[in-house]
Design a protein around this ligand. Structure first.
Ligand code: 8OZ
Length: 402
């Protein structure tokens, strides 16, 4: 339990319909430890249970369909087997007093034919191949050339979001977070660099924002808007040289305003470039928050002092920490006590088993070598490191993508 140290960061609040015990969220962290069928092993139960003192856990990005999968060993939320595996996770988190929402993910063009059903091409707003890497059973490879979605296929994608939301509800989650960040499918539609469509989903800002808004509308109708959050990253390249929008202020400002009318649980922003630089100064996230009007979760390179100040000043309702939650399952307690953080080795981030996943100990003065790290959030969203290169999962060396 956290100390009542009189600091707002450690006090309860309500985010939409979700009562949270403190203002610290666990950011979505891809850990690549599910089976190739997207079903979590029991290790995930322990992993999330250990981190249940976070006010809100946002799960690792979770595929809404096989078409939406871009990385090996990532979990899904579209079959009954997925529901059963996730239900054990949500029960463990709830039993430990935590709250947990499922991040709904469709990677769009960030995929490879080997990860798609019958080896077909991944889908995207436009047939423009990404220059970065995704993780397949053969290791890290360039994403395949995608094919542009036909207009009449878009309703099927929205239906996949609906199905995933129903499944998340069945699995006992407290809500869902729509992943519209980091240049995956929804962000590919938003950015004019990746969307060259000439139908009602391309061209003007309004058209490029249409899919995200339709998804949010559908997901909110299946559950309830106050159980739906959304993650945006207006100025985040996420991976390599992923292109940005030509006018992020106008594009994401319009979107935030439109999203505001749904009265969602929250807007969650990756504030910056995620290359070890907070970058919030490059973009007015406060203005974006104002346009949205609801609760705001800030993410990217926050340390204890900045997190405390951001909540104290009313800048944010919650702060999401990513990488520090890998090596510090009890991050909330450590921040409350203001004790050092453990810097998990990068080799532990993606793939493998219990090692580097569930074996990080809670803080005591003598338990493990403690390294005081500068908190740097890039790893909850950025592909700065490599993935396991073989099946069964195993660790691999970081690819050194600084
Ligand atoms: C790291 C590795 C793979 C995917 C994101 C879901 O950037 C991710 C991701 C992060 O949002």
């Amino acid at each position: 339990m956290t100390e009542d140290n009189g600091i707002a960061l450690f006090t309860p609040t309500r985010i939409g319909a979700i009562e949270v015990a403190n203002r610290i969220a666990m950011a979505p962290l891809t850990r690549s430890r599910a089976g190739m069928d997207g079903v979590h092993t029991p290790l995930a139960i322990e992993y999330y249970r250990q981190r249940a003192s976070a006010g809100l856990i946002i799960t690792e990005a979770t595929n809404i369909s096989q078409q939406g999968r871009g990385y090996a060993y990532t979990p899904g939320i579209y079959t009954d087997a997925h529901v059963a595996a996730w239900r054990a996770v949500t029960e463990a988190v709830h039993d430990a007093g935590g709250k947990i929402v499922c991040q709904l993910w469709h990677v769009g063009r960030m995929s490879h034919t080997s990860l798609q059903e019958s080896g077909v091409a991944p889908v995207a707003p436009s047939a423009i191949q990404a220059g970065d890497e995704v993780f397949t059973l053969e290791g890290q490879v360039r994403p395949s050339m995608p094919r542009a979605l036909e207009t009449n296929e878009i309703s099927g994608i929205i239906e996949d979001y609906r199905n995933a939301t129903r499944k998340a509800r069945e699995a006992g989650f407290d809500g869902v977070e729509v992943h519209a960040a980091n240049s995956y499918l929804l962000d590919q539609f938003l950015r004019d660099s990746t969307n060259k469509r000439t139908d009602g989903y391309g061209g003007s800002i309004r058209n490029r924002a249409r899919l995200t808004i339709e998804v949010v509308e559908a997901v909110s109708a299946v559950w309830s808007p106050d159980r739906v959050g959304i993650r945006l990253s207006p100025i985040t390249r996420a991976v390599g040289e992923t292109p940005l929008d030509s006018d992020p202020i106008a594009t994401y400002g319009y979107l935030a305003q439109e999203l505001g009318s749904f009265r969602l649980a929250y807007l969650h922003c990756v504030e910056g470039q995620t290359r070890g630089v907070n970058g919030a100064a490059d973009f007015d996230f406060q203005a974006l928050h104002r346009s949205f009007g609801g609760h705001y979760i800030a993410n990217n390179s926050y340390d204890r002092a900045r997190a405390i100040a951001a909540v104290e000043s009313g800048y944010a309702d919650m702060i999401a920490f990513g990488r520090p939650f890998i090596g510090n399952p009890d991050l909330v307690e450590r921040l409350a006590l203001d004790v050092p953080l453990f810097d998990a080795p990068p080799e532990s981030y993606y793939g493998g088993g219990a090692e580097g996943y569930t074996d990080f100990k809670p803080w005591t003065a003598d338990v493990q070598p403690l390294v005081s790290v500068e908190i740097d959030e890039k790893l909850d969203i950025a592909l700065d490191d490599s993935f396991p290169a073989s099946d069964p999962p195993s660790m691999s060396e970081p690819a050194g993508r600084a």
